[in-house]
Design a protein around this ligand. Structure first.
Ligand code: ADP
Length: 173
């Protein structure tokens, strides 16, 4: 069984087979983690994204990682929380994790790291977003060597310590 790890930090610094980007549906760059990933990867990432023709909410597409330490970037589009009912938003956010993991599996990738999708400008409540992330990771745990949830802010990292302490810092591996 692969392990699930929750850490605090900057996803652009990780060396995994793939990191996941919380993109918008144009895939042409945005703020938050999307901006940080494009900045660190360099302009070739945007050039590859341009030919992908966007991505629907809940779906995922893959590119190379260019100047990032990670080999690939999986771009997924989270729901804008207030555009959906809570149940619909949860189902779309679950699809982001599931479809990203399915794509990684198809490519034979073994280590993958996620930011907390939708929980920034897209407004998904952070504690609930952590739950969707970890519960979906658990379902697919056996298909990977390591799935990491990397949290940027102290607030959401504290929530993860409270709710999923067994995974924090790789403990229990
Ligand atoms: P969304 O539009 O899906 O809400 P955001 O980029 O606004 O995406 O936020 C998603 C999460 O990514 C937030 O929890 C934010 O704190 C976090 N984040 C921002 N920059 C980074 C980074 N460099 N590494 C990891 N997580 C980040």
């Amino acid at each position: 069984m692969g392990k699930i790890k929750i850490i605090k930090g900057d996803i652009t610094k990780l060396s995994c087979d793939a990191i996941v980007n919380a993109a918008n549906s144009s895939l042409l760059g945005g703020s938050g983690v999307d901006g940080a990933i494009h900045y660190a990867a360099g302009p070739e990432l945007l050039a590859e994204c341009r030919i992908l023709g966007g991505c629907k909410t809940g779906q995922a597409k893959i590119t190379k990682g260019y100047n990032l330490p990670s080999r690939f970037v999986i771009h997924t589009v989270g729901p804008i929380y207030y555009e959906h009912s809570p149940a619909e938003a949860e189902s779309l956010l679950t699809s982001c994790y599931k479809n990203s993991l399915n794509l990684a599996k198809e490519k034979g990738l073994k280590t993958i790291a996620f930011p907390l999708i939708s929980a920034g400008v897209y407004g998904y409540p952070q504690r609930e977003a952590i739950k969707v992330a970890v519960e979906t990771m658990k379902v697919h745990q056996g298909e990977f060597d390591e799935i990491t949830l990397i949290l940027f802010g102290a607030r959401e990292f504290g929530m993860a310590q409270e709710d999923y302490g067994e995974y924090v810092g790789g403990a229990g591996a």
